[in-house]
Design a protein around this ligand. Structure first.
Ligand code: BGC
Length: 858
């Protein structure tokens, strides 16, 4: 919506530059070059004058009203100055808050496309969808780094790499804002896990912050000129983001020159004066802290200045004036709520993201003429799993499942057999045969004390029950006691589930079952038991409901019995089988982390299908890597689908049958097991490092919160930076993905020398050496072996997606600006280039870079 202010260097005339060049050069030789960012330009004098005039009409109370949201998703209106409320909607995958919508490929999927033009089109589609619903603010994109595969919202974010995230964020935001809708980049900052998200402090050194965790936000502000930013829930280096002077005042509004609105995440504000004085402009969804009672007192006692509040209100006015929100209704009659054009964008998103990781044989592409019967099996085969869980969960009008997409493509002459393959959770609970039933003891307390009322039940399957009737606040805790006799020897699963925040623990023969160390937030939890035939175990479950009603389930099942007979039969009868497994909204979503292990029963399902049919294709749904160790060697094909959005099924069918050549490239390193992920040792809070946070609640209560500290000791070595620096290898590297054709890279041209701080052009050829059309992502990695500091061995600094006909060659030129060679100097607190040798590598993944050349910056 706005032009950028020219940087100092850009506004120097060529003559001036000629005069200055020797001086700049001599500086460069003597000292490292420092690189600066561009800030958005200030608003026009007309907007500035109008904004000030509006502020002048407000009382202090009215100004304060504007600092807190209303009705969940609106800014506060002011009747006296005809200021309407402004409407928001969640993103990032679709305009989700106001009914069914277009559900585009999720963030990780979009990143797997490596296609900036697509990201822009998705942004434009979202912008139009938003306008059609009268929405002024879209709450997206989410650009946090995928540091660990466990983080519950990776699927919403983009990738493990700051350059890729920044590039995608810029295109997406420009797309949204080009439609007259404000994009809101989130969650600022270092929100890289979901567990305990309100209380965890992400403790990160400044260099790691600047090089890994902030660049996408920086680019959103300085390049895309995003007009809203959302602070995250967590603390950063001991301070909640919503009151971080460093993040909000020094960096965002200071160095980057952000001129839009900084809003809190929903209930992420924790202190009135702290938030008001440290940059927060808008408390969402309601003013628990930035309200009249608290702020009038703060202004009166001088702890918050009225001019500080004026600045917040001015930002709101400037922003809405910039978009013309006071001149016209946001709903545009030219827009469609159901947009066929947007469906096409959603389909392209799914097509471009699907990433083929294994294709032995090659089994793919399938020949439609040879496939007479195809079995589509698994919990993710139907209905469509378009996105993960939580605030991004967009309800699509007509999502296309994998089985529907395949059936549509193969037509009436091919038999399509569908089986879920696994039971529903509640069926496991219901079908567990407890010896003599279950004893239910309901205690009149919250700690299993007092004299219980006892009843009996045949099973423990209350999980799906609706909470009905009047709210019953009687304190209760419930103990279930039962015994289970194993009908045969082997591996059993114990599954348990409770609703919401209800708590429970399970004891088997007196031993409490512990969640495995990296099973944070596993939904539902499951444990494996090896039992002998006829062995009886005693099971006790202590359940503590936090809200009315009982919603708890527990069951035991022989693992192999989970697999339905029809799934095994269909697998044996079919020419080829697609097993659609992975995560879904309950198992991967906001507010909890997910497991690295696939949800219960899925490993066994894949094994059973692969045993019945060697032509087994596994499709994965999820925000990143997951554990494939039990079955990967037994299946010829692995296709990662992330969360492909509403058109996923169509795109999957097209890729399987060769109507679309797969072109996705991993946006994360795909680990073998969770423990080898570079963040594994540092992902959970350090024992004994908790601190206390003294908070005065809005009702005046003084509360001490425990703040666990996550130490980001993995530092810069996130994802492929770790793998390429240590010389070790993940299962599949960042940037990797197979195609039905082959490509070659040649003719790398890199200048032997260049001036530090100048833009360096690198060019090379990419050729489609196979026999079908396809797309390749050329990736450029920079190394800095002569740096005065330690740097990761490879850093992505350029990429381009090229679509090539068989035999076609494209000459690609990538420009590397000063930042491409810089690191953050923690002593000088500046971006810095150490003149000397750099290595430029080009290839098709972080590990396969057939082209390389040296460059000396002087
Ligand atoms: C999420 C945000 C979201 C907001 C509004 C929060 O729980 O963290 O990403 O925009 O809710 O729904």
């Amino acid at each position: 919506m706005r032009n950028s202010k020219k940087s100092a260097t850009q506004s120097i005339s060529p003559l001036g530059l000629a005069f200055l060049l020797p001086i700049l050069l001599s500086c460069a030789l003597a000292a490292p070059v420092q690189v600066s960012a561009q800030a958005p330009a200030p608003d026009s004098p007309a907007i500035e004058a109008k904004a000030h005039a509006l502020v002048a009409k407000l009382t202090l109370e009215q100004k304060i009203e504007l600092l807190g949201g209303v009705e969940g998703m609106f800014t506060h209106p002011v009747a006296g100055i005809d200021l309407p409320r402004f409407k928001m909607s969640d993103g990032p995958q679709g305009v989700r808050t106001w009914g069914p919508t277009t559900a585009y490929a999720g963030g990780a999927a979009l990143a797997a496309s490596w296609d900036l033009e697509l990201a822009r089109r998705v942004g434009e589609g979202l912008g139009k969808d938003a306008r059609a619903r009268g929405v002024h603010f879209l709450l997206g994109p989410g650009v946090n780094i995928s540091r660990s595969p466990l983080a519950g919202r990776n699927f919403e974010y983009f990738s493990e790499d700051p350059f890729l995230n920044a590039s995608l964020a810029v295109s997406y935001i420009e797309g949204v804002q080009s439609q007259g809708v404000i994009a809101t980049v989130k969650h600022y900052a270092v929100n890289n896990q979901e567990y305990n998200r309100h209380n965890v402090s992400s403790d990160v050194d400044e260099r790691t912050l600047r090089e890994i965790y902030l660049p996408a936000f920086e680019a959103a502000v300085t390049k895309a000129h995003v007009d809203a930013v959302m602070n995250s829930y967590n603390l950063v280096n001991g301070v909640h983001a919503t009151q971080s002077e460093f993040l909000n005042l020094k960096v965002l509004k200071g160095e980057w020159g952000f001129q839009g609105i900084l809003m809190s995440d929903w209930d992420a504000t924790y202190d009135t004066v702290g938030a008001a004085n440290n940059g927060l402009d808008l408390e969402m969804p309601s003013p628990r802290f930035m309200n009249a009672k608290a702020l009038l007192a703060a202004v009166k006692d001088g702890s918050v200045k009225e001019s500080t509040l004026d600045d917040k209100v001015l930002r709101l006015f400037r922003t809405v004036l910039r978009y013309g929100f006071l001149d016209h209704p946001q709903f545009d009659p030219a827009d469609s709520t159901y947009s066929v054009a947007d469906r096409a964008i959603a389909l392209d998103g799914a097509r471009e993201s699907l990433t083929l990781l294994k294709n032995d044989g090659p089994l793919l592409p399938l020949d439609p003429a040879k496939v007479k019967t195809i079995a589509v099996i698994g919990p993710n085969a139907w209905p469509a799993v378009t996105g993960g869980g939580g605030s991004s969960e967009a309800q699509a009008f007509e999502p296309v499942s994998t089985v529907t997409g395949i059936a549509n493509l193969v037509g009436p002459h091919v038999h399509v057999l569908y089986s879920r393959g696994l039971p529903e959770l509640n069926d496991v609970f219901r079908n567990t045969h407890w010896e003599g039933g279950v004893k239910v003891a309901t205690f009149p307390s919250r700690d299993f004390t007092g004299s219980p009322e006892t009843t009996a039940a045949p099973n423990l399957a209350d999980f799906r029950q609706e909470r009905r009737g009047p709210r019953d606040e009687t304190p209760r805790s419930i103990r279930y006691t039962a015994s289970y006799k194993a009908p045969k020897g082997g591996k059993y699963l114990i599954l348990a589930a409770a609703s919401g925040n209800d708590e429970f623990k399970v004891l088997v023969d007196g031993n409490q079952l512990q969640a495995p160390p990296h099973a944070e937030g596993q939904v539902p939890p499951f444990w494996t038991l090896d039992l002998n035939a006829g062995q009886t175990v005693n099971v006790v479950a202590d359940y503590l409901p936090h809200s009315p009603g009982v919603r708890f389930g527990l069951g035991i099942t022989y693992e192999s019995d989970l697999i339905s007979a029809d799934a095994k039969q269909f697998a044996a009868d079919a020419d080829v089988v697609v097993v659609a497994v992975g995560f879904n909204p309950p198992t991967e979503g906001e507010g909890h982390d997910r497991t690295f292990t696939l949800p219960w029963g899925q490993d066994a399902l894949i094994e059973a299908v692969a045993q019945a049919n060697p032509h087994t294709i596994v499709t994965l749904t999820g925000g990143g890597g997951m554990d494939t160790r039990r079955w990967l060697s037994k299946v010829p094909v692995l296709l990662h689908t992330y969360y492909p959005g509403q058109e996923g099924g169509t795109a999957i069918a097209e890729v399987l049958f060769g109507k679309h050549n797969p072109e996705g490239k991993l946006p994360v390193s795909f680990d073998r097991n969770w423990d080898e992920n570079p963040s594994a040792a540092w992902y959970y809070p350090i024992n004994g490092a908790d601190t206390a946070l003294h908070v005065t609640e809005t009702d005046g209560r003084k509360v001490d919160y425990v703040i666990p500290h996550v130490k980001y000791e993995d530092g810069l070595l996130v994802g492929y930076r770790y793998w390429t620096t240590t010389g070790k290898h993940p299962l599949y590297p960042f940037g990797f993905g197979l195609s039905y054709t082959t490509f070659s890279f040649s003719k790398l041209q890199v200048p032997a020398t260049a001036t530090s701080g100048s833009t360096v052009s690198v060019s090379f050829d990419v050729t489609n050496t196979g026999s079908v059309a396809g797309a390749e992502v050329a990736q450029l990695y920079v190394s800095d072996p002569s740096a005065k500091t330690t740097r990761p061995k490879r850093e992505l600094k350029g990429f381009e997606k090229v679509r090539l006909a068989p035999g076609e060659t494209r000459h690609v030129t990538l420009d590397l600006d000063a930042r491409a060679f810089s690191y953050w100097d923690s002593t000088a607190h500046k971006w810095t280039i150490d003149p000397g040798k750099f290595v430029i590598r080009v290839g098709d993944s972080s590990e396969n870079t057939p082209l390389h050349a040296d460059l000396t910056l002087n």
